[in-house]
Design a protein around this ligand. Structure first.
Ligand SMILES: [Zn+2]
Length: 163
């Protein structure tokens, strides 16, 4: 989180956040249809709040996702398809992505943005990944796929060189 705050302190044209906002019987939870994850980010509970200390005052917009029981919505771009037009209308060309999990929510959003024609930077030291074998989600594979798509994997220290 301190690294994300360092990143948030840089000069950005816009900063969008996304957050899981799940019903208590969300399909991804253990015991539900997909049976993958412990309950997390249940809507309206403290678990769905941003981590204390995160500089949320820097966020310009917050997108909630995964709020329908039967839709996973790993990627904010899957839940909020208007986000592509939002960026194009703002003349955004480059998007930096960070957070958790690098190889799941971050990766799928980065993939969608890259495929939509944006330059995409994945900030590795402001992100953390996790392998989920039961879902076929692996950190090494996601990075391999991301590199093949033209996603650039960078560190915060490199960000000052990004035009
Ligand atoms: Zn979730």
């Amino acid at each position: 989180m301190p690294n994300i705050n360092r990143l948030l302190a840089l000069e950005w044209a816009g900063i969008d956040a996304s957050v899981d906002w799940h019903p208590p019987d969300h399909c991804s939870f253990l015991g539900q249809k997909d049976n993958l994850y412990p309950p997390h980010c249940v809507m309206g509970t403290p678990g769905a709040e941003f981590v204390p200390g995160l500089d949320t005052h820097r966020f310009h917009a917050i997108f909630r996702k995964g709020y329908q029981r039967d839709i996973e919505a790993y990627a904010v771009t899957h839940q909020h398809m208007g986000i592509f037009a939002r960026y194009r209308e703002s003349h955004v060309t480059t998007i930096a992505v960070c957070g958790i999990a690098t190889n799941i929510c971050c990766f799928f959003a980065a993939r969608d943005l890259r495929q939509a024609g944006f330059r995409v930077l994945m900030i590795e030291d402001a992100s953390a990944g996790i392998d989920v074998p039961a879902a076929g989600l692996f950190q090494a594979k996601a990075k391999e796929d991301g590199l093949a798509l033209g996603i650039e994997y960078v560190t915060i220290a490199q960000m000052s060189f990004v035009p």
